[in-house]
Design a protein. Structure first.
Length: 452
């Protein structure tokens, strides 16, 4: 055996030498390729520009423009006042509690209504800062929907239970509001499809509320008919929900914290970065910082870190099965540390019969739809624009289906009572010219129009 092994290795060495591919030669050729390889050819102009900008400053570059024909209303609901004082981390200090309501010119009393829960680690952000006005106006425009961004009390003024109550009260208000000039007084406006949405930490809270509403309405495995407590006005039910990069795992230990960790490729002639360009710490550092943030959110009640409602990543058959959860849409970056927070939840939800669509945008970072204008580089970020368009199509399509179900007295939300899988798409950058050789632009346009 030993002699035959030596002979085999001798033959292999001779073959390598003959073809000029010995390790030393291969390494030298690799260096040459690395030095001259046009990495930029793999990335579109807007993606490359955003990468360079965000690497320098992770707080930069979010969208600055508002959608046309959408009017903002600043509203103060009774009992929503809170104070962002010395212990509040956000720059918008002082009296808080005003919400932003975005109404497109096309709106009617039956237009979809969307309550958006802003991100910011539950410690930062407001309806009027951090480009949430721009985001809300674009969703309102594309979905032809009324969008409300609620100013919930930030941690440590607010915690999980306080924030959940604040968001629920906002949803109740939105469900029956007269909407200013629309003056929606008739019972018909209660047929307006009602949606929840959120991004990052706010996406996690929005998803928690989806589960809370499901359980409160009495939906459960083995139950034939659901009850209808007045948790929402007139016994209304959610039509659907939308999430951008939601934070659903409060224990912060999904595998992507490691596999998508930020790295710089050593030996490249130019700076080349991969992984999560937003959260650039060592995996252990990110885990520690994210978990500390989660502890503040749950009010230091560690049991909530794995509670199936507070931390939806841990939801099981009781929370997901038996119907009652509306269609869900997730848009998440393929390079995020919290990619698994969406993909793993979506797999479990579909397994228990929920209609789930997930768009994984390859190479994208956390909350990328908020950079749809291309980080100030003059060329739009195609992936961000696509996610926003998909959101608009989802709200229109699901809203129309909910309205039809109501008109015909059909059960909503529709649910499968057999295991399924999420409709997951890995979306690649299609703006580079060479991509048209393998994915025609028309095909992508059709997929967006059909909501795929």
């Amino acid at each position: 055996m030993a002699a035959s092994r030596v002979a085999a290795w001798a033959l292999r060495a001779a073959a390598i030498a003959w073809c000029g591919c010995c390790p030393g030669v291969r390494a030298e050729e690799g260096k040459a390729r690395t030095k001259n390889y046009p990495y930029e050819d793999l990335l579109s102009e807007s993606v490359l520009y955003c990468y360079h900008k965000i690497i320098k400053n992770t707080s930069c570059c979010m969208d600055q423009n508002y959608a046309p024909g959408v009017e903002r209303h600043r509203i103060r609901r009774p009992g929503t006042e809170w104070w962002c004082g010395k212990t509040c981390w956000d720059d918008a200090s002082g009296p808080r509690g005003d919400d932003a309501l975005w109404i497109p010119q096309s709106a009617t009393c039956e237009s979809p209504r969307v309550l958006w829960v802003h991100g910011g680690s539950w410690e930062y952000g407001s309806p009027f800062t951090d480009s949430y006005g721009q985001l809300a106006s674009k969703i309102a425009y594309l979905a032809e929907a009324i969008v409300m961004v609620v100013d919930y009390p930030l941690a440590p003024e607010g915690n999980y239970s306080v924030i959940m109550d604040s968001v629920l009260e906002g949803l109740r208000w939105l469900a029956e509001a007269k909407m200013g000039d629309l003056n929606c007084r008739s019972a018909k406006h209660h047929d307006a499809p009602l949606f929840l949405g959120g991004d990052s930490a706010g996406g996690g809270t929005a998803l928690s509320l989806v589960l809370k509403l499901k359980l409160a309405a009495g939906w459960a495995p083995g139950v034939v008919e659901q009850s209808h407590p007045e948790i929402l006005p007139q016994g209304q039910l959610l039509a659907g929900a939308v999430f951008f990069s939601p934070w659903t795992n409060l224990r912060c230990d999904s595998p992507d914290y490691y596999f998508n960790s930020f790295a710089k490729i050593v030996g490249a002639a130019d700076d080349v970065y991969v992984g999560d360009i937003m959260f650039r710490g060592h995996p252990h550092q990110n885990l520690d910082e994210f978990t500390a943030n989660a502890h503040v959110y749950v009010g230091k009640n560690a049991s909530l870190l794995t509670d199936p409602v507070a931390s939806p990543f841990y939801a099981g058959e009781r929370e997901l099965g038996g119907g009652g959860i509306p269609p869900l849409y997730f848009a998440v970056g393929g390079s995020e540390s919290i990619l698994g927070d969406s993909s793993i939840f979506a797999q479990k939800a579909a397994l228990y019969g929920v209609d789930v669509k997930v768009d994984v945008m390859v190479g994208m970072w956390h909350d990328f739809p908020m950079y749809s204008e291309g980080c100030g580089g003059g060329t739009e970020l195609w992936q961000g624009v696509r996610a926003l368009k998909q959101t608009g199509q989802f709200i229109k399509r699901v809203g129309a289906a909910k309205r039809m179900a109501s008109n015909f007295g059909l059960l909503w939300p529709p649910s499968r009572y057999h295991p399924g899988t999420p409709e997951t798409s890995y979306v690649y950058d299609l703006t580079r010219e060479d991509t048209r050789e393998w994915y025609p632009r028309k095909l992508d346009e059709v997929s967006i129009a059909m909501g795929y």
